[in-house]
Design a protein around this ligand. Structure first.
Ligand SMILES: Cc1cc2nc3c(=O)[nH]c(=O)nc-3n(C[C@H](O)[C@H](O)[C@H](O)COP(=O)(O)OP(=O)(O)OC[C@H]3O[C@@H](n4cnc5c(N)ncnc54)[C@H](O)[C@@H]3O)c2cc1C
Length: 292
C-alpha cells in the first residue's frame, strides 16, 4: 500500500500540546502507522492475516517476541520546546535525528522554566538522583520560585546587554542557565521511540522529562494505537524477574521442575532463596509492579 493516512494522527498534526510552564510538543509529521508495521511484517512472514483482530494479534506477537524491525518502518517528527536541562537528558538517546535552534545564529528568547510549587522538594534521602515525594510547603516553594525568577532575570539582562554591546551571540549566551527553553525538531522511529519512552516514563526518570514522555506517548497512540497498546502491555506494564527471583517465585507458588516431577519446595527448598536488598526488591516488584 502507498502512503499511509491515519485519520486520528491527521487531526492532531501541528497542534501544540502544552508541557511544563512554557514548553510544548507538536507532531509535525508521521510516516506509517499500525498498517505499515503489519505490511512490513507480512513481507517477511508472507500474506495471511487480514482482519483488525488478526492485525492486532500480529503486532502483539512481534512486540512480545522482540521482532522489532517492522516498528522501525514508522517514523514520527516532533517539534519540541523544552528547558535545556531536559534537552541534555533527552539528547542521550542517539537513535534519533534532531535539529536545534542555534544560539550562535539567533537571539535566545526570554523563556525560562520555573517549577510549579508542587514540584519543588528537598533532596530524596534514599534516591541520590531524585527529589523527595513530599513537596515543600507552599510558602517556602514561592520563595524558591521567586529566587529562580530573579536570577533568570539577571542572567537574561546580562545576556541582552552583551548582545546590545555588539558581543557575538555565541559568547553572550554562555552564562544563560539550564532552565532556558530551547526548541528542536526530533525525528525517531517507533522502535527507538519505545525504548526512549520505556526509560523516560519510568519513575526513575526526572519528573520534567517524564511530562514530555507522557505527551509523546499520547501522540504516538494517535499514529499507531495497536503498537502502543502492545508496548503498554508488554513493556511498560511488564516486570521482569532475575533467575534467582524466578526461582523464589516458583518456590512460593509451589511450582518446581515439572519434567523432574518436583514441587517448588523440593527444587528450591522451604526457606526463602533471597535476602537483604535483593529480597526487598523482589517484594517491591510483587507489591507494586516496580522494576527496581
Ligand atoms: C533514569 C536515568 C538516569 C540516567 N543517569 C545518567 C547519569 O547519571 N549519567 C549519564 O551519563 N547518563 C545517564 N543516563 C543516560 C543513560 O545512560 C543512557 O545514555 C540513555 O538512557 C540513553 O539510552 P540508550 O543508550 O539505550 O539509548 P539510545 O542512544 O537511543 O540507543 C538505543 C540503543 O542503541 C544501541 N546503541 C546506540 N548507539 C550506540 C553506540 N554508539 N554503540 C553501541 N550501541 C549503541 C544501544 O543498544 C542502545 O541501548 C540516565 C538515563 C536514565 C533513564
Amino acid at each position: 500500500m502507498a502512503h499511509c493516512i491515519v485519520e486520528e494522527a491527521e487531526a492532531i498534526l501541528d497542534r501544540e500540546f502544552a508541557v511544563l510552564d512554557k514548553g510544548f510538543i507538536r507532531l509535525v509529521d508521521y510516516l506509517g502507522g499500525d498498517e505499515r508495521v503489519v505490511e512490513a511484517a507480512r513481507v517477511s512472514y508472507g500474506k495471511g492475516t487480514k482482519s483488525y483482530r488478526e492485525d492486532a494479534g500480529l503486532i502483539d506477537y512481534l512486540l512480545r517476541n522482540r521482532h522489532t524491525s517492522p516498528f522501525e518502518q514508522v517514523q514520527l517528527t516532533f517539534h519540541v520546546k523544552l528547558p535545556i536541562f531536559v534537552a541534555r537528558q533527552w539528547v542521550r538517546h542517539r537513535t534519533a535525528r534532531l535539529n536545534e535552534i542555534s544560539g550562535r545564529y539567533s537571539v535566545m528568547k526570554d523563556d525560562f522554566y520555573i517549577p510549579a510549587p508542587a514540584d519543588i522538594a528537598l533532596q530524596s534521602r534514599d534516591n541520590k538522583q531524585g527529589r523527595s515525594a513530599e513537596p515543600l510547603d507552599a510558602g517556602e516553594a514561592e520563595i524558591i520560585r521567586a529566587a529562580f525568577s530573579a536570577s533568570q532575570e539577571r542572567a537574561y539582562t546580562g545576556y541582552t546587554s552583551l548582545i546590545d554591546g555588539g558581543i557575538a551571540r555565541e559568547i553572550a549566551r554562555i552564562n544563560l542557565p539550564l532552565s532556558l527553553y530551547t526548541e528542536w525538531y526530533w525525528q525517531i522511529d517507533l522502535h527507538n521511540l519505545f525504548h526512549f519512552l520505556e526509560l523516560r516514563l519510568d519513575r526513575h526518570a526526572q519528573k520534567e522529562i517524564r511530562c514530555y514522555a507522557e505527551i509523546i506517548l499520547d501522540i504516538s497512540k494517535k499514529v499507531a494505537p495497536l503498537c502502543c497498546q502492545s508496548f503498554e502491555r508488554h513493556i511498560l506494564g511488564a516486570v521482569s524477574f532475575s533467575r534467582e527471583e524466578f526461582a523464589e517465585l516458583k518456590r512460593r507458588l509451589g511450582r518446581g521442575d515439572r519434567a523432574a516431577g518436583k514441587t517448588g519446595a523440593e527444587t528450591n527448598g522451604n526457606t526463602e532463596t533471597l535476602s537483604g536488598k535483593a529480597l526487598e526488591r523482589f517484594e517491591e516488584k510483587l507489591q507494586n509492579g516496580t522494576q527496581g
